[in-house]
Write a protein that binds this ligand. Structure first.
Ligand code: 0X9
Ligand code: CA
Ligand code: ZN
Length: 440
């Protein structure tokens, strides 16, 4: 299922799940999501209200409103529906021991803590870098895993990136767990040791920290970052913002700010995009995986045109090898194909950019489930370990084979900011989490 087809179903699904109880014990009262007919929205000039617009689909506009705003809508006689903003998991999993609203999944502060612990516990192998800062001031972290991590040993770098899209929570877990696995098994498994010694493995579990927090605390289906657009809507699709074939047409991305695939006002306009770019541009990267969900598909460039990439046979062969390794673990089938034809046209996505500027094998892996009937963006907490396990051999293989395949070159070499051990954690600006309890 493509994201677009999913969008068509989203409103219907929301109604279907409306009866599901919100997770118990929430201590915050975020804004409510309302749906308003587009005709009424336009006729009554509601764009002037500056509501936090989420998306427009099937003739309705969805927005997040504060209690004051919903009272104002009601007073103005606007007909709106109250949409559920959080849903129970599609498949029952164990209740999270922590009782967090995102359960076993990592929120931004949780992943920040974990990344720092990994560096602290494996000082000979791991270094944590701040690649950039999100719009709301959260760090985009990159963890470098290699022997002699303070030295540039000229080893091919391999990047594993997650969470371009806020609601794709499983895409945070897989790269993070891969980093942890390498560090915890370095002394135990010769294959891990060999790999880590010969490579620089970089994991960036959360490219879009502001969106992730918004998806956890306000609106589960949030996709983009949290850019305040001039038309009152929010968000740029970071995976349409990279500077290769950016905005070449309106099929692969949208120029409309409220659209789910809004490409932004210009290439690399978003700090989250630039954070990934500066890591990539400064290193001799040999391969890259950008994790997304869902549909169990391994996609390779091009996404912006349907004609084959210059090294299409190699991209396909490696992709099929990855799929074979995944299926070998527990039988899960991931389809393989060129992004533009197997999925849909995209322009400005990460993998077209990395392939376009350096020719390296670049993959988008759409993690499980296979379709919306199996949960869509909602993986059970119990499935995290299995989804990581089935992807592990493929990640090991790609990292191991990354070498002189592309026409690789270092584009520019910016200095990355190493985090001093005593640097404070990200301070939250408090903008993203709406705490508006009517009782206050
Ligand atoms: O649309 C996307 O950005 C990705 N799919 S998702 O449903 N997770 O949003 C796919 C990107 C595929 N890459 C290319 N087409 N180049
Ligand atoms: Ca090294
Ligand atoms: Zn995605």
């Amino acid at each position: 299922m493509s994201a677009r087809r999913w969008l068509m179903l989203a409103a219907g699904l929301a109604l279907l799940l409306a009866a599901a109880p919100a997770s118990a014990g929430n201590d915050r009262e975020p804004g409510r999501v309302v749906g308003i007919a587009k005709r009424e929205f336009t006729a009554k000039g509601l764009s002037r209200l500056g509501l936090d617009l989420l998306l427009e689909t099937e003739g309705r506009i969805y927005a997040v409103v504060t209690p004051d705003e919903s009272a104002a809508l009601a007073a103005a006689g606007v007909r709106f529906t109250l949409e559920p903003d959080r849903f129970a998991p599609a498949r029952p999993g164990p209740v999270s021991p922590s009782g967090d609203i995102n359960g076993a999944y990592h929120s931004y502060p949780e992943i920040e803590t974990e990344m720092r612990l990994l560096e602290r516990d494996h000082p000979g192998l791991a270094r944590l870098y701040e690649l950039g800062e999100s719009l709301e001031g959260r760090r985009v972290y990159g963890l470098k895993i290699s022997d002699n991590p303070d030295q540039d040993e000229g080893e091919p770098a391999v990047l594993f990136v997650g969470c371009h899209h806020a609601r794709e929570w499983i895409s945070v877990e897989v790269p993070f767990l891969f980093g942890r696995y390498l560090l915890e098994n370095y002394d135990l498994d010769p294959a891990v040791r060999q790999l880590v010694d010969a490579r620089e493995i970089w994991v960036i579990p959360v490219v879009n920290p502001d969106g992730l927090e918004y998806s956890i605390h306000v609106y589960r289906y949030w996709r983009k970052n949290r850019r305040a657009n001039p038309d009152g809507s929010f968000g740029v699709d970071i995976n349409r913002n990279y500077p290769f074939a950016w905005g070449t047409d309106d099929l692969g991305s949208s120029a409309v700010p409220s659209a789910e695939d809004y490409r932004g006002p210009g290439p690399s306009s978003e700090p989250e995009t630039r954070a990934v770019e500066q890591l990539f541009s400064g290193r001799d990267v040999g391969a890259l995986v950008s994790f997304h969900s869902f549909s169990q598909t391994i996609l390779y460039p091009w996404g912006y045109i349907s004609s084959p990439a210059p090294t299409e046979p190699e991209l396909r062969t490696i992709g099929e090898t990855l799929a074979g390794l995944i299926a070998g673990v527990g039988g899960t089938v991931y389809a393989v194909g060129q992004a533009a034809s197997a999925l849909y046209l995209t322009n400005g996505d990460l993998t077209d950019w990395t392939y376009g500027v350096s020719g390296i094998p670049s993959y988008t892996i759409e993690l499980p489930p296979v379709d919306i009937l199996h949960g869509g963006f909602f993986n059970s907490e119990a499935d995290i370990a299995a989804i990581f396990a089935e992807n592990l051999p493929a990640m090991m293989y790609l990292a191991g084979s990354a070498s002189q395949t592309g026409f690789r070159r270092v584009i520019r070499k910016p200095e990355l900011r190493r985090l001093p051990a005593d640097s404070p954690r990200t301070r939250f600006p408090g903008k993203v989490i709406r705490i508006e309890s009517p009782d206050d």
